[in-house]
Design a protein around this ligand. Structure first.
Ligand SMILES: [Zn+2]
Length: 236
């Protein structure tokens, strides 16, 4: 019995160490299975537990699907910046990996951009109504020191706008985004808003990647943003 227990323990600890990219590339597991495993991995060596060793793969795991990183690992990484078309060496942390999409959400590809070129990339979204609204809401929060931006303001605004646009295919959000009449709602009602999960997740992501820092109560800030979105006249 004691021996069995011991063996089981060893097997369990080994079971956590996998090479998810390899498994996805060889189609042994699906993207969703890889994502689910990754979300439940705990411990300081969590990258090692899923077989991620290089810096660029670490950076990529935060922003793009496993199947894309796997393809890059086994077939070659892109190394040209999407904006300036110069070499962008991801081994030297020269740039960011961005899941690119257009407003109609039909084209979806993964690109690399120099850190210095990210501002120019987000210029492309500045004509959107959603950009104007998010910018207005965030500028208030920045000005009052509720949120501190650690990296780039345009990135924080752009990331949130993209999150909203990307999620607009879900039924609830389509409704929220398509409304044109002002309907004032209370902070309490915001808890049922379809904007809430999208904004919560976007801000969690920005905080986890150290793009922003909350200086006052996080829940209050999120509810404030959701209420402003709910009160906005027109969105997209
Ligand atoms: Zn560039």
């Amino acid at each position: 019995m004691a021996n069995n227990m011991k063996n089981k323990k060893i097997n369990d600890s080994k079971a956590h160490y996998r090479d998810l990219l390899k498994e996805v590339y060889e189609k042994k597991i699906t993207e969703k299975e890889a994502q689910d495993f990754w979300l439940n991995v705990e411990g300081a060596d969590y990258f090692e537990q899923i077989g991620i060793k290089t810096l660029k793969e670490r950076l990529a795991v935060h922003s793009i699907p496993f199947k894309v990183i796997a393809k890059w690992r086994y077939e070659g990484w892109p190394n040209i910046c999407f904006i300036c078309k110069e070499i962008c060496d991801m081994d030297k942390n020269e740039g960011s990996i961005v899941e690119e999409f257009y407003v109609n959400n039909k084209i979806n590809r993964n690109i690399i951009i120099h850190w210095a070129c990210l501002g120019a990339y987000y210029e492309r979204f500045k004509g959107l109504t959603a950009w104007g609204i998010i910018q207005l809401i965030y500028n208030n929060l920045f000005k009052n020191h509720d949120i501190e931006v650690i990296t780039l303001k345009e990135y924080v605004i752009g990331y949130t706008v993209k999150a909203l646009i990307k999620n607009r295919n879900t039924k609830k959000l389509t409704f929220a985004l398509s409304k044109t009449k002002k309907r004032k709602i209370s902070l309490n009602q915001c808890k049922d808003s379809p904007f809430l999960p999208v904004i919560t997740r976007a801000l969690q992501y920005l905080e986890k990647n150290q793009d922003i820092e909350f200086k006052t109560n996080r829940t209050d800030i999120i509810l404030f943003i959701v209420k402003q979105l709910e009160d906005a006249n027109e969105f997209i």
